[in-house]
Design a protein around this ligand. Structure first.
Ligand SMILES: Cc1cc2nc3c(=O)[nH]c(=O)nc-3n(C[C@H](O)[C@H](O)[C@H](O)COP(=O)(O)OP(=O)(O)OC[C@H]3O[C@@H](n4cnc5c(N)ncnc54)[C@H](O)[C@@H]3O)c2cc1C
Length: 378
């Protein structure tokens, strides 16, 4: 490290961490000493799990190796964070200790399988491993009851369970077995997309048209795998032949143990992402901003922290996190819809709906391709 350069330590090379480091590198290059730490050797877009599960993409094809994330001024280290001292801005990993002038925690959300008894004995589609298992399970499923059930809120990408059930309908229809199957979606919200009544109405219309049962405001509390029954939070029971779960989410344990988290997530100023510790920020799924746990929101928060750091070092006015983002939604039949959500401009979150079309599929592809190019040069 060159003497005098500000040391910026970023934990987690996901949507938030990579966007932050890319923006810092573009603006400050070698003027700062940025270290980015991740335990994995590759990144996978969240939506790729749906592609894997339905056989649209092979697991190897969606892994984006970090060796291709090459940015001037940024060192990317493959290490596992084991403890964080936010007062000293000191982080210990399996390989050593790092000290920083500015610390940014972008470690995302973990899954808490133990919070839902029995969940480990059925299927889930929120990890690459779970989606890969399902890729091999689904072709043998010919008849019976399927439940797609959410085990707790908040969870990543709120539209994903709705997308999953519509894609599953298509999948079973294409194989000529849809008429032999019942599909049920259980989520803990009153509507599939709370900030956008128009999008929610469109999704509910698609469920009705496809004879998909929709169970709102309920979460799956436990699974009795021997009886093949899901027990909901009101005590009611739902039998299934195939259960596809969304596990309860939690902050990574290392963050809980650090004293950064309160009530499960890291409290921040929602516009600056500053934590209560001086010089420590949290971005993305780990931070409690009131905005959804989704990639574009992590990216927007990262841009705001980057602008704050750049303003500290070079002067100028930082810009605040706008709490705005777009979500592309698989509606089935190859069609993609879009909702543009805005959490901070008005008194309540709003969402504007763009009806599904094949053109919007091109938009979703461009969303992935532009990030692949920006972060990985691919
Ligand atoms: C099925 C599914 C579909 C989705 N679809 C979309 C979509 O269409 N659009 C969208 O915008 N978002 C989508 N998402 C959500 C999106 O993937 C996340 O919200 C986003 O990745 C959050 O970014 P992040 O930077 O906060 O965390 P992440 O991207 O999760 O990155 C966190 C990083 O921290 C690393 N890490 C964790 N613990 C440690 C440790 N102890 N030591 C070192 N490294 C560690 C992890 O390896 C990871 O790389 C989807 C998610 C799922 C599961």
């Amino acid at each position: 490290m060159a003497a005098g350069r500000t040391r910026i330590l970023v934990l987690g090379a996901g949507f938030g961490g990579m966007e932050l480091c890319t923006t810092l590198s573009e603006t400050l290059g070698e003027q700062v000493d940025v270290t980015l730490i991740d335990k994995s050797d590759h990144f996978v877009f969240g939506y790729s799990k749906l592609d894997i599960m339905f056989g649209h993409a092979a697991p190897d094809a969606v892994r984006l190796p970090y060796k291709n994330f090459v940015k001037p001024g940024v060192r990317l280290l493959r290490e596992t964070v084991q403890s964080i001292d936010p007062t000293a801005k000191r982080v210990t990993t399996d390989k050593g200790t790092h000290e920083a002038d500015i610390l940014v925690v972008a470690l995302g959300a973990d899954y808490d399988f133990d919070a839902t008894p029995g969940l480990k004995e059925v299927n889930e589609f929120y990890t690459v491993a779970g989606a890969t298992v399902l890729r091999d399970v689904l072709p043998n499923f010919k008849n019976g009851r399927v439940i797609i059930g959410v085990c707790g809120a908040p969870y990543k990408c709120p539209p994903a369970p709705s997308e999953c059930v519509l894609m599953l309908h298509d999948y079973l229809e294409t194989r000529g077995v849809r008429a032999n199957c019942d599909l049920t979606l259980i989520i803990p919200f009153g509507t599939p997309i709370p900030p956008s009544p128009e999008t929610a109405k469109a999704l509910l219309g698609e469920f009705a048209q496809r004879n998909i049962e929709w169970v709102p405001q309920r979460r799956v509390a436990s699974i009795d795998a021997s009886r093949k029954v899901a027990v909901l939070d009101d005590g009611s029971e739902r039998p299934f032949d195939l259960f596809l779960g969304v596990p309860k989410h939690r902050a990574p344990k290392v963050v809980e143990d650090s004293g950064l988290a309160e009530n499960g997530w890291v409290p921040v100023n929602p516009r600056t992402l500053a934590t209560k510790f001086a010089g420590v920020y949290a971005v993305g799924d780990i931070a409690n901003t009131g905005t959804p746990k989704a990639g574009l929101f992590a990216e927007g928060a990262a841009k705001a922290v980057a602008s704050e750091i750049i303003a500290q070092l070079k002067g100028g006015e930082p810009h605040l996190y706008a709490g705005q983002g777009i979500c592309y939604l698989e509606f089935g039949g190859g069609r993609v819809g879009r909702v543009d959500v805005d959490f901070f401009s008005g008194p309540a979150p709003t969402g504007s709906y763009h009806a599904p079309s094949l053109e919007l599929r091109a938009g979703k592809q461009e969303f992935g391709a532009s990030r692949r190019a920006r972060w990985f040069g691919l």
